[in-house]
Design a protein. Structure first.
Length: 676
């Protein structure tokens, strides 16, 4: 999913906070001295579950889903049969439902007989329903079938199964119905176990009128005379990735080199703007299949331009959806920046077919595991497939933007505990996307691209069709040697994968054999912010220190934060990139000889900023004045960015008088650096 603009997020957050405060006022008198009262169903009966998270007593195996939208009445009805695997003896089935009118329920025993009557309880506050068996206990190890019929209006928002529309050039208004389920809106389209860890297979049928077409995740079987389209059984996936669309769209198609049918759907009058997206998707899908060494598991991939679509795009497996501006390209009117933006958004959603769809985070607190990776893979894939777009320059700006958010006291860790839908929505921000991408880029640079790629391929292969947490990724990036059938030829330039980490300067770690990826990356994902690394050169000694960079804070504060910082540097004596892992608040590294200048964070590959004490800034300024091409454009840009950040930092200190020498030095160096 591509994130929405920050201004919209802020507005929605303010509205959500106001609603929460209003609800708190209304319910302030409903607590007792002993804590919260038990949850009460809409019928006044005690609800049998008191958590927003589902119990693990029952797991869904397969959904057989029928959806029948009416685009005239703007409503839909449906039926779902769910195969349930019981993990623990229970008399209660707890699942999600939101604003659905459930008219019929039935439970079938493993032998196909009806399991008595079911009592339906609803708890709208948590968007849960409970189905209680009258007498019998559902036995652990057995598989039961739950059948439900339901109905609802098409949503007026941009979530769930919602109404969209467009106007033709003749002024005719035409309706369509489409889905946006991420993160917690599948429950508004059908009763389900709406958490990412509850993966299932889906068989979807859609009833429609003759003038419309139906799309879903899988390939369509032949329609019969009743216009009920039946789609193939899906791969195992989470509910937020289920999608279906009923519309009058047209499409163009082509096959990828690996034989996947790719189609782009648009409103009829804009089908002429679909060609670029089709070609870009085919090229990118082929790239990902080769790069990940894992075939795309579906027979088709659809890209659909939706007229009314709040998210930038959504990675539904096999049926990716986009804003029209994020997918359609006119060779006569669109700009070069339009081409870059469209290519990157398609690259993002296609990366999700592996990161997020094939391997899914267990819960939304690790959203970054898919969004950070998809953002990161945007740049890797587009740089390889479309080098003329110069996407690497754009990535540097993304890291600067992430730091602008992450240096505030209101930032949050990349991996943050969340519980309810409002908290989950707040995770779709620059920290999860852009910071996630930047710290992955930093790790890739430190491990070497070859070793990093080997590790993430191992991660994807090992956890295919499963869910993961942070530590699963870090484990896959430790001890990078061939396993699980991976091809060691990826490391042909290094002799073996175990040697890959000791080449290209990577041997400059504190102790290569003691590198613990989890210990390093936990400091970047479990705490907010990033470090300011201060460097002072004294002869051959380089004295290093770190503290959190927090805008507007006193430089002597924030010492409680500590990162394991993968430092990289070049010097006047060596263009080779050297590396040093700063694990403590202060440390010293020793150079083989004295140098005229030293530049840390080579190419801005690390997620930190640097201050050079003593003559460090002056030496770099002299270098730029006389031989600026000795530093890359990224290095020059990072110097400018760092010095301006430092000016804002010291000028915002509450006790500025204590730092006048530092302030004057940085301001003087800023002017000099700007003049270069």
């Amino acid at each position: 999913r591509v994130q929405i603009p920050l201004t919209i997020i802020v507005s929605l957050t303010i509205i959500a906070l106001l609603l929460v405060l209003q609800y708190a006022c209304l319910t302030a008198g409903k607590q007792t001295d002993g804590g919260n009262l038990p949850p009460v169903s809409t019928n006044g009966q005690t609800f049998p579950w008191n958590s927003m998270r589902l119990p693990n007593t029952i797991l869904p195996l397969h959904y057989d889903l029928l959806i029948h939208p009416n685009l005239t009445r703007l409503a839909f009805k449906g039926a779902v049969s769910i195969k349930l695997s019981v993990q623990q003896d229970t008399k209660v089935i707890v699942m999600h439902s939101k604003d659905l009118q459930i008219s019929k329920t039935a439970l079938l025993n493993p032998d196909g007989s009806v399991n008595g009557s079911l009592q339906l309880l609803e708890y709208p506050e948590y968007q849960l329903i409970a189905l209680l068996t009258e007498h019998t206990v559902l036995k652990s190890g057995n598989v039961y079938s739950l059948y439900m019929e339901f109905a609802a209006n098409l949503s007026e928002s941009f979530h769930g199964f919602y109404k969209s529309m467009y106007r033709t050039s003749k002024g005719e208004v035409r309706n369509l119905a489409c889905t946006q389920f991420e993160p917690t809106s599948a429950r508004a389209a059908f009763p389900c176990f709406d958490e990412p860890a509850f993966k299932s297979n889906f068989s979807i049928r859609i009833r429609r009128e003759g003038q419309h077409i139906a799309l879903s995740n899988m390939t369509l079987n032949l329609s019969d005379g009743l216009f009920e389209d039946q789609f193939d059984v899906s791969v195992k996936m989470s509910t937020y990735l289920v999608a279906f669309i009923v519309s009058d769209f047209l499409s163009i198609s082509k096959s990828s080199q690996h034989g996947v049918k790719i189609s782009v759907y648009t409103v009829p009058e804009k089908i002429g703007q679909a060609e670029y997206a089709l070609d870009a998707a085919a090229k990118l899908l082929d790239f990902y299949e080769d790069f990940f060494d894992i075939p795309y598991p579906l027979p088709k991939l659809d890209l659909v331009a939706i007229p009314d679509f709040q998210a930038g795009a959504m990675e539904n497996w096999g049926l990716t959806t986009y804003r029209e501006t994020a997918l359609l390209f006119s060779y006569d009117m669109s700009s070069a920046s339009d081409k870059l933006g469209i290519t990157m958004i398609i690259a993002h959603e296609l990366a999700h077919q592996w990161f997020g769809n094939l391997v899914t985070m267990k819960w939304w607190d690790d959203l970054w595991l898919k969004e950070g990776f998809a953002k990161f893979m945007e740049f890797v894939s587009v740089q390889m497939t479309n080098p003329e777009l110069q996407v690497e320059d754009y990535f540097l700006g993304k890291c600067f933007m992430a730091m602008e958010v992450d240096c505030l006291g209101s930032s949050h860790p990349v991996s943050t505990p969340v519980e309810n839908p409002s908290q989950i929505e707040e995770m779709f921000d620059d920290v999860s996307y852009d910071k996630g991408a930047c710290i992955l880029h930093m790790l890739r640079d430190f491990l070497t691209p070859e070793a990093f790629t080997f590790g993430i391929v191992r991660y994807l292969k090992h956890y295919s069709y499963q869910h993961t947490v942070n530590s699963d990724l870090w484990e896959s990036l430790n001890n990078l040697c061939p396993s699980d059938g991976l091809d060691e030829s990826r490391f042909k330039d290094y002799g073996s994968c175990s040697q890959a980490q000791s080449k290209s300067g990577a041997s400059k770690w504190h102790a290569k054999d003691e590198l613990d990826v989890k210990a390093v990356m936990d400091t970047w994902t479990l705490q907010e912010g990033f470090p300011l690394v201060t460097v002072e050169v004294r002869g051959r000694e380089v004295r290093l220190s770190q503290k959190r960079y927090l805008k507007g804070a006193n430089p002597s504060q924030n010492s409680e934060f500590l990162w394991q910082v993968p430092l990289s540097y070049i010097t006047s004596k060596s263009k080779t990139v050297h590396r040093f892992l700063l694990k403590t608040t202060t440390d010293v590294l020793y150079l083989p000889e004295e140098v005229e200048w030293i530049k840390f964070n080579v190419d801005m590959s690390g997620y930190y900023i640097v201050h050079y004490e003593g003559s460090g800034w002056d030496n770099l300024i002299k270098l730029l004045q006389h031989s600026h091409t000795l530093l890359s454009s990224n290095d020059r840009a990072s110097l400018i960015n760092n010095i301006f950040q430092l000016v804002r930092w010291v000028s915002g200190c509450s006790q500025l008088q204590l730092h006048q020498p530092l302030t004057q030095q940085i301001i003087r160096e800023t002017v000099a650096l700007q003049n270069t």
